[in-house]
Design a binder for this molecule. Sequence first.
Ligand code: TRP
Ligand code: SF4
Length: 401
Amino acid sequence: MSPATFERPRILSGMRPTGKLHLGNLVGALQNWVKLQEEYDSFHFVADWHMLTTDYADTSELKENTWQMVADWLAAGLDPTKATFFIQSRLPEHAELHLLFSMVTPLSWLERVPTYKEQLENIKDREINTYGFLGYPLLQAADILMYKAQYVPVGEDQVPHVELTREVARRFNLAFGEVLLKGEEAHAADDPYWDGLATSTGLGALAIGVLTAKDKIRAIKEAFHRAPLDLRAGYLNRGLGRVREIFREPEALLTSSPRLPGTDGRKMSKSYGNAIFLIDAPAVLSKKLAGYMTDPARKRRTDPGDPDVCPVFGLHKIFSAQETIERVNRECRTAEIGCVDCKKLAAGHLNAFLAPIQERRKPYEQNPQRVWDVLEEGTAKARVVAQATMAEVRKAVNLAP
Ligand code: TRP
Ligand code: SF4
């Protein structure tokens, strides 16, 4: 491998352990991860603590769901020799960083995250008015910043979380990054320069008894680090210098995922009970397709249909061969093809698509320990990075060594 391998930009993304994955998870996130592992230093993890922020009441399936999900990652082609995958809760460093972030993050930042209010209103069957649920995006910030990931491959809904992560990084750097003054080297011995910088940036006159340029530099730095964070930001904005970065600001790498319709025509989702799973056997698949919603206006075999409003056609467009797509698009409108045959065609293409995925999953099903082994190895790799970050963080915060 070329040395450039070591310089691949890093990405990180997590997935809640919801168990076996469906086609929507595959086209929404997983296929993208599989593609990205060729180009990026990829970290992917099981966000089991995130799961607990909403689903703490019944954890009986957490472990099994973790296994099923990661087996599907492997089945879909995520490759543990290329990407690192790990379990969040096996790395207490994430909790530690989350805690330190909680010290500097204003409550209002968390309260205004769009998913927060939305979910408080929408989730009625569980009590989620908790400390942990409010802190959810901050835990996510810890996940991301721990690995100093440059990009975070996520869907649209997660963009506000990446945005918050950027703000937290800035805030933490401002709180604990050492200030580097503008012209510190060039003006090391130039005392009028330092008086000028202090007054022009709003720090005010330097204390009496501060005589040499060296003392003045020290006095400015001390004044900076004693000031509240919003004042510090003001000094920097007015040209005092910058702070040494502990964390870099990551960017969202938007996954454009086609909307995948489930059996009832709504977006495919496990909780709607309308999903096709990656491990669905051909017979299961045929049955689900037979029950799929079609163009509701096409009541009789002889009625022409409109594929543009038909969920089955939504599947064709993603999983079928081009000629099938064209044929259905044509023959549905003229009632040449009936829904029963059309669904059989879709089932055929889907089966062919899923067969290699299910084949790749078999060795893990035969030896379930292999999934845990992959996770343990990945967790060990992630731990090296997490420990290095935390050593740096503890030092910056001036915690005892
Ligand atoms: N919040 C994400 C979700 O619910 C999961 C997640 C947790 C995540 N930590 C992350 C995604 C870090 C990307 C990066 O889907
Ligand atoms: Fe949908 Fe196919 Fe029936 Fe047309 S023929 S309405 S695309 S299932």
